[in-house]
Design a protein around this ligand. Structure first.
Ligand SMILES: Nc1ncnc2c1ncn2[C@@H]1O[C@H](COP(=O)(O)OP(=O)(O)O)[C@@H](O)[C@H]1O
Ligand SMILES: [Mg+2]
Length: 384
C-alpha cells in the first residue's frame, strides 16, 4: 500500500474557506466566564450526546429519553446497549485524560481505546463487542450496504501501520484539519477491527481535535459525531464515495465533514457565554420542572435567584431575600434542596451552593431545552 496522501483543495474553494474558518475557531480566545462547576456539568451532558449518537449510528436502539431516565433512576441492570454507551463514555474520558498537543496516537493508544470500548460486550455477530479486543481482525469483513471490501487480514497490518504513521506525521498547519477528515475515512476504509470501527473512528476525531488545540480540555465543548448522526445516510454515502480514493471524492468527503464540524463548533460555542447559558438553558429548565411540579414555587424562586447571581452560587444566609430570617429555617430549606440533589456545594464540603442539573430530574428539562435550541438532533430520539 502506498502512503496516505492529502489532496490539495484549490485556493478560494468552499473547502479552503471552511478550513480558514475552522482555523479561526481553533485559535479563538475563549471567554471562560462560565464557572467550572457549571461548565463541567454541561460537558457531561454533551458527552452523553456524543456517545449515545455514536452508538446509535450502528444500531444501538436506546433513545435519548430512555437513556436520561436510566441515568436519573441510576439503574444498574445488566443491559448491553447501556454498557455500550457507558464504555464509550469511559473511552472519551480516557482520551481527554491522555491527550494533549504532544500525544502520539500509536498502536498501543488505539488498542487501549478499542479495549475500553468493547469491554464485556458480546462479540459479533450477536453483539457490539469484539473477538479480539485491542487487536486487528483476523478475518475478512464486509461493510453493510457498501460495495467496498476492506483489505484482507494478510495485508491489514501493513495498511494499519501506514495509517498510524500518517496520523502522527508533522503535517503543516494548513493540512492538519484535512488530515483529520482524510484519516476518518481511511480508518473506516481499512476497517482494522472485527467490530467497533465506526465508534473507534469517531473517537479518534475527538482525540485529534484535542491534539490540534481546539481547547477541549480548556473551556470548550465539542460534539463532532453529531455531524454524522444528524444524517446517517449522508454519512454513509459520503464514505462510500470516498472509497474510490480519487482526489475529488476525498475532497468532497473532507468538505462534507469539515463544514459539519465548523457549524457544530460555532453552535456549541454559544455555551461559552454565561448569559446564554443562564437565559436560554438554565432558567427555561427551571420553568420546565416547575410546570411539572417537580419543585415547589418557593424552590423555584430560590433556584432562580441562584441562577441570576453572577457566579451561579449562594449561601443559606442569602435566603433573607425571601423574607426568611431564622437561620435554622434557612439551613433546613437548603438541606431539603440538597437532599433532592438539585443543589451541590461548589467545593467539597463547602457551604456555597450551585445548581446541579446532571444525574437528577433537571436533566430531563435540560435535554428538552437543548432540543428547543437546536442542539439535539431528532435522530437521538427516533424509534428505529
Ligand atoms: N461505505 C463505507 N466505507 C467505509 N466505511 C463505512 C462505509 N459505510 C459505513 N462505514 C463505517 O463503518 C462503520 C461500521 O463499522 P463497525 O465495525 O460495525 O463499527 P461499530 O461496531 O462501531 O458500529 C460505520 O459507523 C461507518 O463509520
Ligand atoms: Mg458494529
Amino acid at each position: 500500500m502506498e502512503n496516505i496522501k492529502i489532496p490539495d483543495p484549490s485556493w478560494g474553494s468552499d473547502l479552503a474557506n471552511i478550513i480558514l474558518d475552522l482555523e479561526k475557531l481553533r485559535t479563538k480566545k475563549l471567554g471562560g466566564a462560565v464557572p467550572s462547576y457549571i461548565f463541567f456539568q454541561l460537558k457531561d451532558i454533551f458527552h452523553i450526546l456524543e456517545t449515545l449518537g455514536s452508538a446509535r449510528i450502528e444500531g444501538n436502539n436506546t433513545t435519548l429519553a430512555e437513556y436520561v431516565e436510566k441515568i436519573i433512576e441510576n439503574q444498574d441492570k445488566k443491559d448491553e446497549s447501556n454498557d455500550e454507551i457507558k464504555n464509550l463514555n469511559r473511552a472519551i474520558e480516557f482520551i481527554e485524560e491522555n491527550t494533549d498537543e504532544a500525544t502520539v496516537f500509536n498502536r498501543a493508544f488505539i488498542s487501549q481505546v478499542h479495549k475500553i470500548l468493547t469491554k464485556d460486550l458480546t462479540p459479533p455477530p450477536n453483539g457490539e463487542g469484539s473477538l479480539y479486543p485491542g487487536d486487528l481482525r483476523r478475518h475478512s469483513v464486509s461493510i453493510k450496504s457498501s460495495g467496498h471490501i476492506p483489505p484482507s487480514p494478510l495485508v491489514l497490518q501493513n495498511y494499519f501501520d501506514k495509517f498510524v504513521e500518517f496520523i502522527n506525521l508533522p503535517h503543516k498547519e494548513q493540512y492538519q484539519l484535512l488530515m483529520v477528515a482524510v484519516a476518518h475515512h481511511r480508518f473506516e476504509y481499512i476497517h482494522p477491527f472485527d467490530n467497533g470501527n465506526g465508534r473507534m473512528g469517531r473517537l479518534l476525531n475527538y482525540a485529534f481535535l484535542i491534539k490540534l488545540g481546539f481547547k477541549v480540555k480548556n473551556g470548550r465543548i465539542i460534539n463532532p459525531s453529531s455531524v454524522f448522526y444528524t444524517n446517517r445516510d449522508k454519512y454513509y454515502n459520503m464514505l462510500s464515495r470516498a472509497d474510490s480514493l480519487s482526489d475529488n471524492d476525498i475532497l468532497e468527503w473532507c468538505e462534507y465533514f469539515l463544514l459539519g464540524l465548523k457549524n457544530e463548533i460555532e453552535k456549541i460555542d454559544s455555551l461559552l457565554d454565561i448569559n446564554y447559558v443562564k437565559s436560554k438553558i438554565l432558567l427555561p429548565t427551571l420553568k420546565f420542572v416547575l410546570e411539572r411540579e417537580n419543585i415547589t414555587t418557593q424552590e423555584f424562586k430560590i433556584l432562580q435567584y441562584l441562577i441570576n447571581k453572577e457566579d451561579l452560587s449562594m449561601k443559606a444566609e442569602e435566603l433573607s431575600f425571601l423574607g426568611i430570617d431564622n437561620s435554622k429555617e434557612k439551613s433546613k430549606i437548603m438541606g431539603k434542596l440538597k437532599d433532592k440533589n438539585i443543589i451541590m456545594p461548589t467545593t467539597p464540603n463547602g457551604r456555597i451552593y450551585t445548581l446541579k442539573f446532571v444525574n437528577n430530574y433537571l436533566l430531563r428539562g435540560v435535554m428538552k431545552v437543548l432540543e428547543q435550541n437546536g442542539f439535539i438532533s431528532d435522530f437521538l430520539n427516533k424509534n428505529k
